[in-house]
Ligand binder design. Structure first.
Ligand code: HEC
Length: 124
């Protein structure tokens, strides 16, 4: 009986850990304070650059990210905050005033790649 309880407890912990990982993967748990799990990895920056062109972010923000119809993403001024989690949420949810939402078109990992790319250009 004791062993059964132990196995049950281990199983429960494993299930809880899996569902936490799944929530992370679908982006549900991202907050303004979240850190970019990809950081400034060169692979993530390169993948973000490809997405920035492919998804036509560049059409509104410019290929140099310096702005066009959408705002400059390289200057220190942020409308919705320049921390990784804040940039993630702006891209994911969009805004009422012109920025489309991308959470139905991009996977969380792709949004983080875009965050890595944008942050590699910020302040340049
Ligand atoms: C249709 C034009 C358009 C497209 C396409 C677009 N954006 Fe935007 N974006 C905007 C506008 C306009 C704003 C400013 C929104 C506002 O003032 O509410 C904005 C805001 C943002 C911000 C917030 C900037 C700040 O100062 O806080 C980020 C980050 C951003 N866009 C990234 C992206 C990325 C990444 C993509 C591609 C996946 C993208 N945008 C595609 C128009 C666009």
């Amino acid at each position: 009986m004791k062993q059964f309880k132990l196995a049950f407890a281990i199983g429960f912990v494993a299930i809880a850990a899996c569902s936490a990982a799944a929530a992370q993967a679908d982006g549900d748990t991202v907050t303004a304070a979240s850190k970019n799990p990809l950081g400034s990895s060169p692979d993530a920056v390169a993948a973000g650059e490809v997405l920035f062109g492919k998804m036509n972010c560049a059409g509104c923000h410019g290929y140099d990210l310096a702005g066009g119809m959408g705002p400059d993403l390289t200057d220190p001024a942020w409308l919705y905050g320049g921390k990784p989690g804040e940039i993630y949420l702006t891209i994911s949810n969009g805004t009422q005033t012109g920025m489309p939402k991308w959470n139905d078109k991009l996977k969380p990992v792709e949004i983080w790649q875009l965050v890595s790319y944008i942050q590699s250009k910020a302040g340049h």
